[in-house]
Ligand binder design. Structure first.
Ligand code: GLC
Length: 796
């Protein structure tokens, strides 16, 4: 019996039978007898969107995640009906919607195999306390199914058997399995029977995913409010799932300036100016390449954003210029908390304009961060973002800062339960006002977006550079990211490896960890092993909290310094290769790091691998994750791989031991690859590139490679001023043919290539370039100089 003072507990509620159906262009509407509405939109042949409303009224259709540039359109859309179901057919998918209860099942249109099927399907619980519903979905997990994705979760690559929460959280010194941490990326990939699909649950409330943890064969996801609103993305290749997800939630709006792919040095904190100079000078003196130097919170006056501590930095403009003259780009931190201080202009302006977040009953949201008590701009208000973006004018335009680092934007609040705003805080949310329950997960993203807008405006005609700690799906459009406050332990090195791969698989490739560990101090060996991994992460920065000792490349003695230099030099040589991978990511959404499962999903051996990954398209890397190692066992995906250090060929498809003493790392190049290299520079632009080196790795058969170049900054490339070289290599028993096809209007500064032949199985007797024989004594030490304009070279 329910007393009139008690809540009626209704438990899970379900849609009943469909009583209404209509189609409008690309969208199908269904209604159930108990008033549940389902809307299915065919976004693309391989992408379906499902939205459910429990009282038949949908919310305003708005998403921070979905980009307006997302591709739309399909080749085929047919709807049929039989006594039990509706059948939607596109060229890629067949989707059944059950007439009795709205449950769905999705099949591959080519061979009719089952890809994904509802278990209970959509259901919900009413939430009296907050209004609205707790929306839930459960699906049957297929035999042998594996799961991937979800952003920065510090766990193994395969998520099977685990449960996760998405609630952006400041997580100092997080550990393996800590959940949630800094990012909310509610996107996962399922893989079974060699076929992969993705689900993006575009709901910003606190959400949960369960991959066969609660029940062995069931995958479920739910959120504490909002709509059941998800995209089903079919592959069948993981790589297509990821690029379609990235197409939906956006690719970086422009390429980063090339220097941003160089090496970055950071610490909490370098100050005063003399310390900054000491560090940058030492890089140059020791000839360790470095492009960016960071100023953490101590550069500010009492941690007030957009101010300078004039005692430490008496003339920031001069300093930034001097650093720039030496090739260093200065990057400064900006946090969201604005100090409550009547003499502080940003605070006064924010107050006057009513830009700070407020509690439900009207008081400001007051919270303690580095400056003490602060108020916080409501970045979900477009007007606030506009104001915030303008605050960067002086820093960027006048002082010459080249990048901004957004931190604490979960938002992090000190000394309070939950470490963030309470739920009742109000947000503008593009005019659709809401509580923090809904806005929390996007707060940091919107801060990064506003910062990006400022940087973009004031850096013009150069490209902006932003880095953020908090993120929701789509943040990759505006910013790079790091994994927050990790720890200097061997296990964290492994976590960093998993996180970078997972971020790439979750559409956010421009990511890296604090190399060496943020909290505590690594020994030289751990630092070196971390550098060896970090140079293969799209974002490559050493950062540490200063109270644990030094973490510059020279902090661990000369022999370690020499190894660090050697590896950073490899990164600088590989810049054109890395830049090409970034272009592929920005252009097509192709992840810059490929976990082995993404590289070869058909091979079951890859499904649970964590350590090895493919950097770009052709370089296989396996970090050393243990102390005192002289090498390790690693798995090679199928195909032939050249050992980067000695050109020995390894046949893939199995695990093998690889030697890798402290000055080495297992690095392998795919047979047939053509790897472009620049000379070692101390910073991007130090040298005019006078020649492009092409490291050619012989293979019996065909292989394609690409090299993308442009002015390395600015926007001319968007008008066609880029240079894309498509190479096709074809190796036979006694010949090697390389063909080049170039597109784009950019004229590269060099005139020639140095072609370095690796692994050629025959002696060259003749060389033909575009049908003309050239002297064979032009080959010296397997190297050969040729005009960059060639179309075909044949070595015989
Ligand atoms: C946070 C950041 C860290 C930064 C520190 C001081 O802990 O994650 O990177 O150095 O704040 O600003």
């Amino acid at each position: 019996m329910i007393l009139n003072t008690e809540l009626e507990y209704k438990g899970n509620l379900f849609p009943s039978k469909i009583v209404f159906y209509k189609k409008h262009v690309d969208t199908l509407y269904f209604k159930s007898e108990n008033n549940v509405a389902l809307q299915v939109t065919v976004q693309r042949d391989s992408v379906l969107r499902f939205r459910f409303a429990t009282v038949s009224i949908f919310e305003k259709d708005f998403s921070y995640a979905i980009t307006k540039y997302a591709s739309k359109g399909y080749n085929l859309l047919e709807i049929e009906e039989d006594p039990t179901k509706y059948i939607i057919t596109t060229s890629k998918l067949i989707c059944h919607i059950s007439k009795i209860d709205m449950r769905t099942a999705i099949f591959d249109a080519l061979d009719n195999t089952l890809i994904c099927e509802d278990e209970l399907g959509f259901h919900w619980e009413e939430s009296y306390e907050n209004g609205g519903d707790i929306v839930k979905m459960s699906k049957v997990s297929q035999e042998g199914e594996s799961f991937y994705g979800l952003g920065d979760k510090p766990v193994d690559i395969n998520l099977k058997g685990k449960r996760f929460e998405n609630w952006v959280t400041d997580s100092f010194a997080f550990g393996r399995e800590t959940d949630p941490i800094y990012k909310a990326i509610p996107f996962y990939i399922g893989l079974h029977h060699k076929k992969a699909y993705g689900i993006f649950f575009d709901n910003t409330f606190r959400s949960f995913f369960d991959f066969c943890h609660e029940r062995r064969n069931i995958t479920s996801f739910w959120a504490q409010g909002g709509e059941m609103n998800y995209y089903f993305i079919y592959g069948p290749n993981i790589s297509d799932v990821v690029s379609n997800y990235t197409d939906l939630t956006g690719k970086p709006h422009q390429l980063p300036p090339l220097w941003a792919l160089g090496f970055h040095q950071c610490k909490w904190s370098y100050y005063p100016e003399s310390k900054v100079k000491e560090v940058t000078n030492k890089f140059r003196k020791l000839q360790i390449p470095c492009d960016a130097i960071y100023l953490d919170i101590d550069y500010m006056d009492g941690f007030r954003c957009f101010t300078w501590n004039k005692e430490y930095f008496p003339d920031p403009k001069r300093m930034v210029k001097e650093l720039a003259d030496d090739g260093f780009k200065t990057i400064v931190i900006i946090d969201p908390g604005i100090k409550i201080d009547n003499d502080y202009s940003v605070y006064k302006e924010g107050l006057e304009k009513d830009y700070f977040c407020k509690r439900a009953d009207g008081p400001y949201m007051k919270g303690k961060v580095w400056p003490g008590e602060c108020y916080f701009p409501d970045f979900t208000n477009p007007e606030v973002r506009e104001w915030w973006s303008d605050l960067f004018r002086e820093l960027v335009e006048d002082i010459g800062v080249k990048g901004v680092w957004n931190d604490m934007n979960e938002p992090a609040i000190m000394d309070v339960p939950g470490k963030t705003f309470p739920n009742d805080v109000r947000h503008n949310y593009e005019g659709e006002r809401c509580s923090h329950r809904k806005a929390h997960n996007v707060y940091g993203m919107q801060m990064a977006r506003a910062t990006y807008q400022g940087l973009k405006k004031f850096s013009y005609p150069k490209r902006p550079f932003v880095i953020t700690r908090a993120a929701y799906s789509g943040t990759q459009r505006y910013s790079s990211t790091w994994m927050g406050d990790n720890v200097a332990t061997w296990d964290h090195l492994a976590i960093a490896n998993n996180q970078a791969q997972r971020m790439c698989m979750s559409g956010f490739s421009f990511a890296g960890s604090d190399i060496g560990g943020f909290a505590e101090q690594p020994n030289g060996e751990l630092f070196v092993r971390w550098i060896q991994l970090g140079i293969f992460h799209p974002f490559c920065r050493v950062h540490s909290s200063g109270d644990h000792g030094d973490q510059e490349p020279w902090a661990f003695g000369k022999s370690m310094t020499d190894i660090v230099r050697k590896f950073i030099e490899i990164r600088y040589q590989l810049l054109p290769y890395l830049y090409t991978a970034f272009w592929r990511y920005a252009d097509e959404g192709i992840p810059m790091l490929k976990s082995l499962v993404l590289y070869d999903q058909e091979d079951r051996h890859t499904h649970f691998r964590n350590d090895e990954f493919v950097f770009g398209e052709k370089i296989l890397v396996c970090p050393i994750l243990e102390p005192n190692a002289k090498g390790r066992r690693m798995f090679f995906p199928k195909g032939e791989w050249y050992n980067f250090w000695n050109n020995e060929i390894v046949n893939g498809g199995e695990e093998k031991w690889v030697d890798a003493d402290i000055d080495s790392l297992p690095i392998f190049v795919k047979a047939g690859a053509i790897i472009p290299k620049y000379p070692i520079q101390q910073y991007v632009g130090e040298k005019e590139i006078e020649q492009l080196k092409l490291d050619v790795y012989f293979k019996l058969g065909k292989e394609k490679s690409q090299v993308y170049e442009d002015a390395h900054d600015g926007y001319d490339y968007k008008k066609g001023r880029y240079s894309l070289r498509n190479f096709t290599l074809e190796g036979k028993e006694t010949s090697l043919t390389i063909q080049q096809y170039k597109s784009g209007k950019f004229i590269t500064p060099y005139e020639t290539f140095e072609i370095k032949l690796n692994g050629l199985p025959f002696k060259v007797n003749s060389i033909k370039i575009d049908n003309e024989l050239v002297q064979i004594d032009k080959i010296k030490n397997n190297s050969f100089i040729v005009s960059k304009e060639f179309s075909t070279i044949i070595f015989q």
